[in-house]
Design a protein around this ligand. Structure first.
Ligand code: FMN
Length: 544
């Protein structure tokens, strides 16, 4: 195996596959003494720097103009004219990417926090940092976003945009007043998902970025996702050890800013972060896989980026069709849509219109402005199990060139049963109107992009899943991300491609209250009368 490209990551991928029910639903790569989901060792819901200087973010974050549906369709072209990114817009971007929108309390105490973006197991292993010049009350520096109290915690002083540009081997951060750095905390998700949590970090980061990009677009700010950077330089800038937390992605925002001033003095001022839990575990396979993809210097970054610019298949930039207009959705602004989003826990088996299905799939498969794939291209293929879309044969399809292309027709009941089986037996996978299996030709990715290509493949899948969920809500439907049995998906669609993530879309069986604004999360008081009974009945029927 060692003479193959990306041998370390191949081994990780194989070792973290989920097999059929007989093999158990969890990855077997576990450190000694580790028990998944030990409630006495549960990671804190938020990373915190207790001793860092704090900056309160403006809570009046405002909203954009124009319907969410046109943003998701790609009708808005932010690059055409960047607006000035001020502290309020920065606060808006952070809130609608990672802010707290809902809480569930028990005995007067908040027991669960829900965020603007989805995250597997509601574990949120992705942190956001701001690297900026001075913007209003936000001093130049590197700041960690604290969703719990809606503040920025300063981890480093000084204008570090030039240092970020150096790490990216790209001057984009110098032309941008703000860049965002996403990092991953393997323990936060590994607590439940063990080593497979590495995949979750990139899925969750992608789901978050679907919202960052949409909110930036709606505000008229161009944004670009970068996966090419010198990992150790970013870790050093942020004060990370690169093991318990490592850099995942950088987003540069806007391109109209005047070039950054010459570097002033800089100092790490964040102090020690609060411990994540009493006994955090390291997952050696995660550390090894992340390390295997690291880039050591600017030349390696440039080389990787050049290879990435040549890879991918064509994607459709702008989605057309009647469902792309506001009349199909509610006419919500993107911010209202993000607050309405919540992973659907139960679908009604209703048939949906094929226009809506096409529109949602078109939104999901749009190209991402990123350095990890050619311009206007995608690494992904989308295989679709259709269960209830008017005029579309139930069964297996591939979404290609903007249409659903049949692979094998099947009675709806059989297609539903098979999709449920592929999604670890979860009823949501088969109760949907359609379920999308976001897949990648890993052989091609490993050959062109080495170990680091795996990060790109997982992240783009998360982004597509995030966009698809938003599109579903814009279209008056519901949606959820789902995990899956790896090889069973490839076999079902008769493909050598590997499944990265699944999204189920359909008519929601209930309506949640929208999430709240910064500092005013909606209290989830439970589901509407009757929903819990229907939910239980669905699962009991399934267990039988
Ligand atoms: C990558 C990813 C995978 C997920 N996998 C599942 C899953 O297998 N089963 C499930 O019921 N929900 C799944 N979810 C939904 C999460 O449980 C949900 O996002 C989380 O509980 C937070 O709730 P919210 O999305 O309503 O904010 C997944 C979400 C993401 C982003």
């Amino acid at each position: 195996m060692t003479d193959q490209p990306a041998a370390t990551t191949r081994e990780f991928h194989e070792g973290t596959k989920l097999g059929d029910a007989a093999q158990g639903p969890r990855s077997t790569l576990r450190p000694e003494g580790f028990t998944p989901m030990d409630m006495t060792n549960r990671p804190a819901p938020f990373k915190r720097y207790p001793d860092a200087p704090r900056i309160s973010l403006p809570r009046e974050v405002g909203e954009s103009q124009g319907p969410a549906a046109s943003v998701l369709s790609g009708e808005r072209d932010a690059a055409a004219g960047d607006v000035e990114l001020d502290a309020r817009l920065l606060a808006r971007l952070l809130f609608y990417s990672a802010g707290v929108t809902r809480v569930r309390s028990s005995d007067g105490q908040v027991a669960n926090w829900f965020r603007a973006a989805p995250a597997a197991g509601n574990l949120h292993p992705v942190e956001m940092y701001v690297v900026c010049g001075a913007i209003g009350d936000v001093a130049a520096g590197i700041h960690h976003f604290g969703p719990g109290d809606f503040t920025l915690e300063t981890v480093r002083t000084g204008d570090r945009r030039a240092a970020l540009a150096d790490a990216l081997a790209d001057d984009a951060p110098l032309r941008s007043s703000v860049s965002l750095v996403l990092t991953g905390l393997p323990w936060s998700t590994g607590w439940k998902y063990t080593a497979r949590g590495f995949r979750h970090i990139y899925w969750d980061a992608g789901s978050m970025l679907a919202q960052t990009l949409a909110v930036a677009d709606a505000a008229g700010i161009s944004a670009r996702v970068h996966l090419g950077f010198v990992d150790s330089q970013i870790s050093e800038e942020l004060g990370l050890d690169g093991v318990s937390e490592f850099p995942v992605a950088v987003v540069t925002l806007g391109h109209g800013a005047s070039p950054a001033e010459a570097l002033g003095g800089t100092e790490l001022v964040g102090g020690e972060p609060a411990p994540a839990s009493p006994r955090p575990f390291e997952f050696p396979e995660v550390t090894r896989t992340q390390r295997a993809g690291d880039l050591s210097d600017g030349e390696a970054v440039r080389h990787w980026r050049e290879a990435a610019a040549e890879i991918g298949r064509g994607a459709v930039e702008q989605v057309t069709g009647s469902a792309g207009s506001a009349e199909a959705g509610s006419g919500d602004r993107i911010e209202e849509l993000v607050r309405r989003r919540g992973s659907t826990r139960m679908f009604r088996p209703d048939e949906i219109s094929s226009d809506l299905a096409d529109w949602c799939l078109g939104v999901a498969s749009r190209p991402v402005p990123a350095d990890f794939v050619g311009a206007g291209m995608t690494l992904l293929s989308h295989f679709v199990s259709v269960h209830a879309a008017a005029g579309v044969a139930s069964g297996r399809h591939e979404w290609r060139d903007g249409t659903l292309q049949p692979i094998a027709a099947e009675p709806a009941a059989a297609a539903r049963a098979e999709a449920q089986r592929l999604c670890l037996g979860q009823p949501l996978g088969g109760d949907s109107a359609f379920s999308v299996f976001h897949c990648v030709d890993l052989e091609e990715v490993f050959t062109a992009l080495g170990d680091r290509g795996y990060r790109a493949a997982q992240l783009e899948a998360g982004l597509a899943a995030g966009r698809l969920q938003l599109a579903a809500f814009a279209a008056g439907l519901g949606g959820t991300g789902l995990t899956f049995f790896d090889d069973a998906v490839s076999a079902a669609f008769d493909t050598s491609q590997a499944c990265m993530l699944v999204t189920a879309v359909g008519a929601s069986d209930y309506r949640s209250r929208p999430g709240g604004l910064p500092g005013e999360p909606t209290e989830m008081s439970g589901f509407a009368p009757g929903v819990v009974e229907r939910f239980k009945a669905r699962y009991e029927r399934d267990d039988a």
